[in-house]
Design a protein around this ligand. Structure first.
Ligand code: ADP
Ligand code: MG
Length: 361
């Protein structure tokens, strides 16, 4: 990356742009503000917890090109908390400002088949998978997986949405319709020992580093709990780091990148998916590290030097999902639970309303 104006230091002119008004946007803005930067949020109208902590808000759709151009003329750099941001939007913004990560990175992460191809190219294993464009593809692929797999829409899935497990009793035509008759991938269902995630970051000044690994526990496809740092054999860890850096090189990546992984009983590691943005499984870094994933993202987009981050002890992060938010009295009564509520106005089942961190060692 060649930007002669680096580093971007906090001053009246150097406003950081944030795309997307969810909890990740809110936490990016808080880190930016702590570091002395002004922030400008762009997001569609809605229940946007980030709006209350930024200096300026523009409410607009992702295809409101006039508003987007105006926004891009007023920020020194911008990043997206929203994974499904249209690449056209990012390309337009990048005419006037530095966008980190790039539209190419987001496009890759938005399409499961593309990210799997990229992972394979970078040396990762992936579960066996097939691109599914119609029910004929689905029937053939299902047979070659012994009628046991997990069908996922190729785009727009999150928190376990847009996916179904299939077995020999599944009516494939029904499932296909249920997922909206859209392009999908059918994956082999892995009997993993545990789920872990890795986070890599690279600053616009070309320095880089890793956070310690996280170990993740899901319920109904949604992350419930993370314990970190996860312990992993040193050789396996170094190999994982090499592959992650290779993937980042292949994408000319800047920013922060989370990769979700499966570890099998035999110790082999499989790529599941990646997210080029702050990731829920690294929320423990807010309290468990000197620099959180949000602090490091701000440093990275502004071209400040970064290096490996270590943890201060062992941490557990628990998500507050849906109605959990109405039952927090036990947490309020014990100050060792470091509570972080996002301030969303509307609660519904499966919605991430907040999380809490607790040091366990
Ligand atoms: P999302 O985008 O919704 O997070 P994921 O692909 O990460 O979708 O799937 C959500 C969860 O479903 C994973 O964290 C894992 O627990 C389970 N899962 C996904 N793919 C597989 C697979 N191939 N084998 C076994 N479990 C899987
Ligand atoms: Mg996932």
């Amino acid at each position: 990356m060649t930007n002669i104006n680096l580093p971007i230091l906090p001053n009246e002119k150097n406003v950081i742009g944030i795309l997307g008004g969810g909890q990740l946007g809110k936490l990016i803005a808080l880190s930016a503000s702590k570091a002395g930067y002004k922030t400008h949020l762009y997001c569609p109208k809605g229940d946007n917890p980030a709006e209350i902590v930024v200096d300026k808000v523009t409410n607009g759709e992702w295809n409101d090109f006039e508003k987007l151009v105006q926004f891009s003329e007023n920020v020194a750099c911008a990043t997206s908390e929203f994974e499904n941001i249209p690449s056209k939007t990012l390309e337009l913004l990048s005419n006037n400002t530095t966008i980190i990560p790039s539209s190419i990175v987001f496009r890759c992460a938005q399409i499961r088949s593309k990210e799997k191809e990229m992972a394979l190219k970078s040396g990762f294993n992936t579960p066996k998978w097939f691109l599914i464009k119609n029910t004929d593809d689905l029937i053939t692929a299902s047979q070659s997986l012994g009628n046991r797999g997990i069908l996922k829409t190729n785009s727009f899935g999150y928190d376990g949405k847009g996916q179904f497990r299939i077995n020999s009793d599944t009516n494939l035509f029904e499932i296909w319709e249920k997922l909206g008759a859209v392009e999908c991938v059918l994956e082999e269902l892995l009997d993993f020992k545990r789920e872990i995630s890795i986070m890599y970051f690279k600053s616009a000044d070309n320095t880089d580093g890793f956070f310690p690994l996280s170990e993740n526990f899901h319920q109904d496809g949604i992350l419930k709990r993370t314990v970190a740092p996860a312990i992993l054999n040193e050789t396996v860890k170094q190999d994982l780091r090499l592959k992650t850096k290779e993937l980042s090189k292949n994408l000319d990546f800047y920013g922060i990148l989370a990769i979700e992984l499966f570890e099998l009983v035999d110790g082999s590691i499989f790529f599941n998916e990646m997210a080029p943005r702050p990731h829920n499984s690294f929320h423990w870094t807010i309290d468990g590290c000197d620099n959180s994933q949000f602090d490091i993202l701000v440093r990275s987009i502004c071209g400040l030097p970064v290096k490996d981050v270590s943890s201060n002890g062992k941490w557990e992060m628990t998500n507050i999902i849906g109605d959990d938010v109405n039952n927090l009295i036990g947490l309020y009564n014990d100050q060792s639970y470091l509570l972080n509520l996002y301030g969303k106005k509307n609660n519904k089942p499966g919605r991430k309303m907040g999380h809490y961190n607790k040091q366990i060692i």
